[in-house]
Each structure stands twice: as structure tokens, then as C-alpha cells.
Design a protein around this ligand. Sequence first.
Ligand code: KIV
Ligand code: ZN
Length: 517
Amino acid sequence: MARVNVFDTTLRDGEQSPGVNLNQLEKLEIAKQLERFGVDVMEAGFPASSQGDFEGVREIARKVRGVSVTGLARAKKSDIDTAWEALKEGADPRLHVFLATSPIHMTYKLKKTPEQVIQIAEEMVRYAREKFPKVQWSAEDASRSDPEFLVRIIEKVIDAGATVINLPDTVGYTTPAEYGQLFKYISNNVRNIDKAILSAHCHDDLGMAVANTIAAIENGATQVEGTINGIGERAGNAGLEELAVALNIRKDFYPYETNLVLKEIKRTSDLVSNLTGMVVPRNKAVVGQNAFAHESGIHQDGVLKNASTYEIITPEMVGVKSNNLVMGKHSGKHAFNDKVKQLGYELSDEKLLEAFKAFKQLTDRKKEVTDDDLFTILIEIQTDSDDVKKYELKAFQVQYGSSNLPTATVSLIAPDGTKLEDASTGQGSVEALYNTLDSMIVEKIHLSDFQLNSIGRGRDALAQAKVEMTVNGLFVTGRGSSQDVLEASAKAYLNGVNRAFYHKEPIKDKVIHAQSN
Ligand code: KIV
Ligand code: ZN
């Protein structure tokens, strides 16, 4: 079996998905889980894009010791210097520097000749190698580049010290046969290719990202890039969970192995979905809720007689537990602490106590507290930053009747500690609540999206609300959970506002592909 390295870019390309912005604690929580999942390299962000990204990458590089942490840089000395500052304390620091090579990008975006592009790429890789022991160079839009030009530039950047050559299908345009051919051509024609690793990076615009990635492996790629749940720019990137399971289930056909731990797939997927607010479609391969559901009578009958009739992946293989139960009223602190560990959380003593209190409160109102409920409570507590000023919800009341105007009364503690109280009306309960919050919050808020979901089933299920908004012009998302939908809605709104305080300056540039070097 040939070993294939896995490069995760959930925290960089994935975080470029519209509507996603993670704070440092959330990024760190995902990074720790990616380490458990067994990725070889994680791209923690784009340090030069904002102060928040810089700090997020530096924190991950400091804390994650078992995986190589990398960060993205344009082919600019200042980006490379900033990336070094963010990554230098990492256990195995590496740089990911990119420059476009397709005629379209060189002409219209970079406004440079192919010769100038070669010169910049070579110079920047050489400059990066003065600092970084490992440098990955990406030929942005490689799949729409001239293969002969790619051969020329790749030879030069390898001579300059690049240790990994990545050939991204930046716009999700290629097909498996074509992308495979590109890898074969580069492997056969680049004279010094034995000095570098070839990497595949695919986007899913035509729904072929995973198939293209596998075609690259079959033709010489020994590193593959992707994200959890396939999140990313536009239609997203290759989903690492799909790739991992496809290689495993069809190992009779694909003699390649990765270091990925399949049993961590479910938790990784849940964590990323929860923290990014990117809901996993029910029918999504491997991690969708319906991935293991058999609806038709014929299928159910077959599965009961022998699961292999209609089931090629077992839920257990990817860490889906059939016995997702149950902590209750009588569960003590010891059992709770054990469960927290089992669910993969490492909480400080203070946060553990806070979580235990929240759990006890929930058991007063909900008969059975499931792993999913606990997971939601724990994420909220673990990723809540104490260092940032914030609005806190003290109490609220909403009066609703089918024939009168809903009215909400809310009391809040403002970031400076002042107690605030106010009331407002709205066309519905949520609007009344949000109008009241608006009247007390100094920041200017514009709400653009609101979603409500239940965690698990049952009438007493926890509600999870998600909002997208701008706060003083800054785009943020917020989420909140509670057994009551209105409380969850209020929490999500305040969570969004509080996040805006966390980002001290404009959140990362969401359009890095459009930036010129
Ligand atoms: O898709 C792409 O081309 C990228 C590069 C920055 C590697 O994400
Ligand atoms: Zn990409």
C-alpha cells in the first residue's frame, strides 16, 4: 500500500465559505480534532489577511504539536514574513505560497507575462526557504494552465527549494481523466520532480472534486488536500471524509493508505458543522443524517436479512453511535466528567463546572440528555471567550397572542457592566425580541439570515438558532442553543454581536483569489 499524505484546509479554504467566520477558540477546537482525525498537515489560515487570522494561526502552531501546521501566503515578501511570524513556533512549520499560472489569471488578474511569473515564483520560493524548512508552492488555476508552462515553472521552483508542488483545480473545472493526465504529464516531464511531493487540490463546482482527487492519486499525487464536510469557496472543496471512506471501502481497487482515523469522522464533521454554521445536507455521502437510513421496504428487508445487501459503509466505521444515550437527572459529576472526556473535550476546571451546571439545568427540563445535547452545550462553553467584553442576557419575557402585537421585555448587562432594560414590539415574537435588543445595543446591526434547527428528535429537543448579521459593518455569524426557541434566538443574536468585539479588525479578506500578487 502506498502512503498518501492528507493536507486539511478546513481552517483556510473552508473558512473562506461565505457566511463562515470562526473565532480563535473555535479554530483551536477544530485544529485539535483534526489532529485526532489524523491529518498530516493542517492549513490554519492566511496570516497576512487579518490580525485575527494571524493570531489564530500562531495559536494553533503553538498548541498543535503532532501535525505540521501551515499558513497561506501570496508570492509577496511581506506575506511570507507575516506567515513566518505566525508559524515559527510550530513543531514542523511549513509555508504554502501560491501564484497563478493560467493564461486567464496571468493576463487579467496578475497582469504579468509568463516570464515575469516564473521569476516571481522562483524568487519567492527561494526567499521563503531562507526561513521555512518546508515550502509548498501552488500553481493557482493549474488545471487551466498550459502543461508545458507548468513543467518550466515547476522545475524552477523545485530548484529554488520547493518541497511540495500543488496543482489546484481552483475553479472546479477539470474532469478525472484530464486531471489524472496532468499529474502523469508533470511526473514524467519535470526533470527534478523526485525532489518534491505532488499534491492535488480540487474544488467541487462540477461535483467531481473527490473523483478528481482520486484520479490524481492514481497518477502520482502523494498528497491530497480537502476540507471537512467539503466546505470551501463556492461549491466547496473535496470532502476529506468522503475521500477517506472511498479509499478504505475500495481498498481492493485503490492500493493507497492514509493516516486518517475513520472513527473520528462523525465527531469532526459535527464539530465543523456546528462551529461554522454550515449545515450538512441530510443526503450527504458518509456524514449526512440519511447516509445510513434505509427507507424502502425492500431495502429494509434486505438489511435485516444481511446488512451487506444494501449497506457498504457501517455507521460504526465512521463513528456514528447507535446508542446515543443517555445522561439524566441522577448522573453525578464523576459520570459527567467521564462523558465529557469520552466526547473528546478537554475543559478547564472552571469550564467543566460551568458545563456541569448547564447539564443539570437541562436535566430539570429534559428527560434524556443525549450525546448530541451535551456536545452542543460543551461546544458553547468551550468556545466562549472570557477575555472579551460582551453583552449578557439576564432575563426576557415575550408576550404573544394570535390577536395582539407581540411584545418583548429584555434585561441585559452591557459590556461595561451597566444593567439595561427595555421593551419593544414586532410582527412576530422573534422580531419583538430582536427589536428590543437593537434598542439597547449601541452597535449598528443588520440581520441577514436566521435559522432554527432542533438538536436530535423529540418534542423536548434542544433548539439551535443561527444568525448572520453585520455589526457596525462587520460580517459575523452567531449561534445559540436552548430548550426554548426564543431563548436560543436571543442567545444567537447576542453571540453574533459579541463575536464582532472579538474580531478587532475586519475579518479576513474573503476574496483572496481575486487579489493580485
Ligand atoms: O483553489 C486554490 O487554487 C487555492 C490555492 C490558494 C491553493 O486554494
Ligand atoms: Zn482552493
